[in-house]
Design a protein around this ligand. Structure first.
Ligand SMILES: NC(=O)c1ccc[n+]([C@@H]2O[C@H](COP(=O)([O-])OP(=O)(O)OC[C@H]3O[C@@H](n4cnc5c(N)ncnc54)[C@H](O)[C@@H]3O)[C@@H](O)[C@H]2O)c1
Length: 248
């Protein structure tokens, strides 16, 4: 029970990595506020976490909206009287060559994958600083480090998440608010299931591990960062469960 009674908000918790983090945190005793824009998958995950014995609630929210990005934190505070751990996980992926990326695509990507991280973190910070305990875990991507063809908008957003994480860590570590990122490599979730199967096979073959990760293999990294004493010395770091794809 590494997170007993901890008040945790997780965005994009209805599927993939966010859902796996929610389930693992539920088993570790956390009180959970899950958010997602998909009401159906969100409700399923809330039920799954309750089956683990966790106190768990859901809020339907689109993090592309300003209020939606803050909704998970706000609901966590309303339900539990505060927030201890914030996991900024919600994200989207689309592919296009730079010349084909419209302004609307660019703005949507930056709003969902980067601006929401700023908005939710900003909402949680005063409470975390006041109680002199907080953990913020931002789900970035290895593509924010190495870049990716046809992914200028996604890679820019994720590189932004990493820069934001380091900068915020410099501001608030002294208040015992620890801010870190996780930059996964390819993980078998609905986010990439739709990508060309040939590309998926070729990509898996070039990885040192020879395979994509599973969401259940990323979730324990978030648990490490959220837990004590395991997470105590991480500040501004970007951890890379990436099948060996990037070795900084
Ligand atoms: N799967 C991978 O290979 C991979 C690799 C690196 C980073 N990531 C990152 O991990 C995070 C989770 O991705 P995943 O692979 O679990 O994908 P996923 O599609 O399985 O889950 C993403 C969740 O976020 C929700 N979501 C998307 N847009 C939203 C919005 N505007 N408002 C609220 N909720 C929204 C979706 O409904 C979904 O439940 C993302 O930030 C993604 O960029 C994934």
């Amino acid at each position: 029970m590494q997170l007993e009674q901890k008040r945790v908000a997780i965005s994009g918790a209805g599927s993939g990595i966010g859902a796996a983090i929610a389930l693992l945190f539920a088993r570790e005793g956390a009180r959970l506020l899950l958010s997602d824009r998909n009401a159906e998958t969100l409700q399923r995950q809330v039920s799954a976490c309750r089956e683990q014995g966790a106190e768990c609630y859901g809020v339907v929210a689109d993090v592309a909206e300003v209020a939606g990005a803050r909704a998970g934190v706000d609901a966590c505070v309303a339900r539990f009287g505060g927030i201890d751990v914030l996991v900024n996980n919600a994200g989207m992926l689309s592919q296009a060559r730079c010349e084909e990326i419209t302004l609307a695509m660019w703005d949507q990507m930056l709003a969902v994958d980067l601006r929401s991280v700023f908005l939710a973190s900003q909402r949680a910070l005063p409470l975390m600083r006041q109680q002199r305990w907080g953990r913020i875990i931002n789900i970035a991507s290895q593509l924010g480090i190495k870049g990716g063809a046809e992914l200028c908008h996604y890679a820019a957003a994720k590189a932004g998440v990493i820069g934001f994480t380091k900068s915020l860590a410099l501001e608030v570590s002294a208040d015992n608010v620890l801010v870190n990122a996780i930059a996964p490599g390819p993980v078998a979730t609905p986010l990439i299931d739709g990508l060309n199967p040939q590309w998926q096979r070729a990509k898996a073959a070039e990885l040192p591990l020879g395979r994509f990760g599973l969401a259940e293999e990323v979730a324990p990294v978030a648990l490490l960062l959220a837990s004590e004493p395991g997470g105590n010395l991480f500040a501004g770091q970007t951890l890379g469960p990436n099948s060996g794809d990037v070795m900084p």
